[in-house]
Design a protein around this ligand. Structure first.
Ligand SMILES: Nc1ncnc2c1ncn2[C@@H]1O[C@H](COP(=O)(O)OP(=O)(O)O)[C@@H](O)[C@H]1O
Ligand SMILES: [Mg+2]
Length: 234
């Protein structure tokens, strides 16, 4: 289980997270929704050890991980698929996938993971000798997901996986994320796509201006008047 408690993150004078608490139970698919600038990416980067925290704690499976290096966090099985995908453009699909399995544990399982990911994404299997930059936006997102899965994550953190995709492709990506969770992967999904995100997640948090302003089962968030008005345009 991931447990974040009263986390505070600042960028110089700007307070990006003001005491954020959340939990992701093993096997869950938890959504964190919020508009641009709310602090969603900051939260994931703090959990990954990419940026320092000022106050509060982050723990994983009962142990404190606040202040660990990104590499140490990754070795614990916490894997982030970053916003904007960050693929290796000139490398092939297969090489990008191999890069996902660079730490010692996953490296020992690389053949098995490669087989699983290519079965999961037949499109990537067909294109495995092509460069990442030659793929469509949706295929690139599949590759970003596949690369994260190569690390055999205990917790998969996805940052805006549908950003920039055509609606039909975005819907497909959300469906794949739901399937991954049903197959056993614990997921923290960060997104501005409120309706689709809450449709696949069991529980959700609304992050506004660095604070959690609403938390609970997805149905309750979807029924909330503020969510309807500000995020669903109803
Ligand atoms: N590297 C940075 N330096 C300074 N301010 C930042 C940095 N990254 C993000 N911010 C600011 O922190 C706030 C939260 O940003 P971010 O976590 O990226 O939000 P979101 O992912 O929800 O769009 C915003 O006001 C943003 O401008
Ligand atoms: Mg972001």
């Amino acid at each position: 289980m991931l447990a974040v408690e009263r986390l505070v993150v600042k960028y110089d004078e700007l307070t990006a997270l003001r005491g954020v608490s959340l939990t992701v139970e093993s096997g869950a698919l938890v959504a964190m929704i919020g508009s641009n600038g709310a602090g969603k990416t900051t939260l994931l980067n703090a959990v990954s050890g990419l940026i320092p925290t000022r106050e509060g704690t982050i723990s994983w499976e009962g142990s404190l991980i606040t202040g660990l290096t990104p590499d140490a966090v990754c070795r614990l099985g916490i894997v982030q698929a970053p916003e904007g995908r960050k693929l290796f453009a000139k490398m092939t699909v297969e090489e990008n996938l191999q890069m996902g399995a660079y730490s010692p544990g996953p490296r020992a399982r690389v053949a098995e993971s490669m087989k699983r990911v290519l079965e999961l994404f037949p499109r990537l299997a067909e294109r495995r000798r092509q460069t990442a930059e030659s793929l469509s936006g949706g295929e690139q997102q599949m590759l970003a997901l596949g690369r994260a899965l190569m690390a055999t994550p205990g917790l998969l953190m996805l940052d805006e996986p549908s950003l920039g995709l055509a609606p039909i492709m975005a819907a497909q990506i959300f469906e794949i994320i739901g399937d991954l969770n049903r197959a056993g992967t614990t997921i923290l999904l960060v997104s501005q796509e409120v309706l689709q995100t809450l449709s696949i997640a069991r529980d959700g948090y609304l992050l506004e201006n660095g604070e959690i302003t609403l938390a609970g089962p997805s149905e309750r968030l979807l029924a909330d008047q503020r969510v309807k008005k500000s995020y669903l345009g109803l």
